[in-house]
Write a protein that binds this ligand. Structure first.
Ligand SMILES: [Zn+2]
Length: 382
C-alpha cells in the first residue's frame, strides 16, 4: 500500500525537496503531461530513492476539440477518434509508438495511451492499447482506466480479467465523477466494489485522484495505492475537465497571478483539504491551531507552518498519514481509519457550529459520514 503524487506544471521543486527527505509511503510520482521536461530533477530525486517515475500521456483529453491542446506532446493536430482507432491496427500502432517515444527521460514505467471508457468499444480499445504498449515497450507498463461509475458497475470484473490477460499488472482507476466531500454511501460502496473487482482480477489498483476515499479504500484492501495532486486533484470529473478545455481560457485580470487552481491546505485533524483563506482563518484561532497545526519538517519552525508552506506540508502530511497506516497490521487498519475519520468528523462539526464567520459555508461532512458507515458495516460483517 502506498501513495502516488501527481505533479502539476509547477510542482517540481517542492516535490524534489520532499523526495530528498526520504518519504516513507510514496511509491511513485507522475510527471505533468505538458511540463515533464522541466521536472527532470524531481524525476532524478525519485529514482535515487527507488521511487517510480511515471508520466501522464493525457490522451483522454485529446478526443475532442478544445483550446490549448497543441501544448500536449501527444496532440496530433486533430482530436483522436475512438472509432477510427478501434478499427485501424495501423492507427493504434502509430499512437502506441508515439506514446512510448513521448515519454520523458527518467520515466521508469510507460503509461499506455487511454481514452474515456464510456462504451464497450472504448473500454476494449484501452485494453488493446495497453497490451500493444506492453508488447512494444521494454519498460513495465501501467494502464489508466477513466470511466463513468455506472458503466463500470457491471463490467469491472470482466475488464479486470481482460487487462490481466493482456499482461497488465498495474492499473490506475479513475471513476468519474468520484470523490470530494459530498459523496453518498451508495456511490462509495459501489465505487469500492469496482476497485475490489479489479483487485481480485490480479491487478495492483491505484485509486486515482482521491483523498479520504483513496485512503479508506487502501485501508480496507480494495486498492493497493491512491494518488493525489500536490494540494489538489482529490476527486475525478472527466467531463468537467473536457468542458473546461472547450472554452477559451479567460484573460488574466490586472494583478491576477494565473497559473490554474491553487493548492489547498491539508488539515489532517479534519481529514480535509481547505482552501487557503479558510485554513488561514482557522489557524488564526489559537485554540484551533494547536489541534489542527503541524510540527513535521518545515512546519515545526513556524506556528503557521501549513499555510506558509502549503505544498510542502501537503506532501509530508499525506505521506506520514499513509506511512502510519502501513505500519499497522492489515487487520487493524480499518479500525485506525474509523478512529481518524470519527475524530475528524467531531472536529468538523465543532468548527461548523462554533468557529465559522457569518456567510462562510460549513465544511461538508457527507463523504466522511458515508465512509464511517461503510467501515462500520465492513467490521460488523467480519
Ligand atoms: Zn506540515
Amino acid at each position: 500500500m502506498s501513495l502516488q503524487i501527481a505533479l502539476g506544471h509547477n510542482d517540481q521543486k517542492v516535490v524534489e525537496d520532499f523526495l530528498s527527505r526520504q518519504p516513507a509511503a510514496t511509491s511513485a510520482i507522475v510527471l505533468d503531461a505538458k511540463a515533464a521536461a522541466k521536472q527532470r530533477h524531481a524525476a532524478e530525486a525519485a529514482a535515487e530513492e527507488g521511487i517510480k517515475v511515471l508520466w501522464e500521456p493525457a490522451t483522454q483529453l485529446l478526443a475532442a476539440a478544445g483550446y490549448g491542446l497543441e501544448r500536449f506532446p501527444l496532440w496530433g493536430g486533430a482530436p483522436y477518434d475512438v472509432d477510427v482507432l478501434a478499427t485501424s491496427l495501423e492507427a493504434r500502432h502509430v499512437l502506441v509508438e508515439r506514446t512510448i517515444a513521448a515519454h520523458p527521460d527518467g520515466t521508469t514505467d510507460v503509461t499506455a495511451p487511454h481514452f474515456y471508457a464510456v462504451s464497450d468499444r472504448a473500454a476494449h480499445l484501452n485494453v488493446d492499447l495497453a497490451e500493444a504498449t506492453a508488447l512494444q515497450s521494454d519498460r513495465p507498463v501501467r494502464a489508466i482506466l477513466t470511466a463513468p461509475q455506472r458503466y463500470l458497475r457491471s463490467r469491472a470484473a470482466a475488464l479486470g480479467e481482460e487487462y490481466h490477460q493482456a499482461g497488465i499488472r498495474h492499473l490506475e482507476l479513475r471513476m468519474s465523477p468520484f470523490g470530494g466531500e459530498d459523496e453518498s454511501l451508495k456511490k462509495i460502496v459501489d465505487g469500492f466494489q469496482i476497485a475490489q473487482d479489479l483487485t481480485e482480477a490480479g491487478l495492483h489498483v491505484t485509486l486515482g485522484y482521491s483523498g479520504n476515499l483513496g485512503q479508506v479504500a487502501v485501508a480496507l484492501g480494495h486498492a493497493a495505492a491512491y494518488s493525489v495532486g500536490v494540494g489538489m486533484m482529490e476527486h475525478v470529473n472527466h467531463m468537467t475537465q473536457v468542458n473546461r478545455k472547450s472554452k477559451p481560457p479567460k484573460p488574466l485580470e490586472d494583478g491576477e497571478s494565473g497559473g490554474g487552481p491553487q493548492a489547498g491546505v491539508y488539515l489532517p485533524a479534519l481529514a480535509y483539504t481547505a482552501p487557503l483563506r479558510v485554513a488561514r482563518r482557522l489557524m488564526e484561532q489559537s485554540d484551533l491551531r494547536v489541534r489542527i497545526g503541524c510540527r513535521v519538517g518545515s512546519c515545526g519552525t513556524s506556528v503557521l507552518g501549513p499555510v506558509l508552506d502549503v505544498r510542502g506540508h501537503y506532501l509530508h502530511s499525506r505521506d506520514l498519514e499513509v506511512a502510519t497506516l502501513m505500519a499497522k497490521p492489515a487487520g487493524w487498519r480499518p479500525t485506525a481509519e474509523l478512529q481518524r475519520l470519527r475524530q475528524a468528523l467531531t472536529l468538523r462539526n465543532q468548527i461548523n457550529s462554533n468557529y465559522l464567520e457569518v456567510g462562510q459555508p460549513a465544511i461538508k461532512t457527507r463523504t466522511l459520514d458515508s465512509l464511517i458507515v461503510d467501515i462500520e458495516r465492513v467490521q460488523a460483517a467480519s
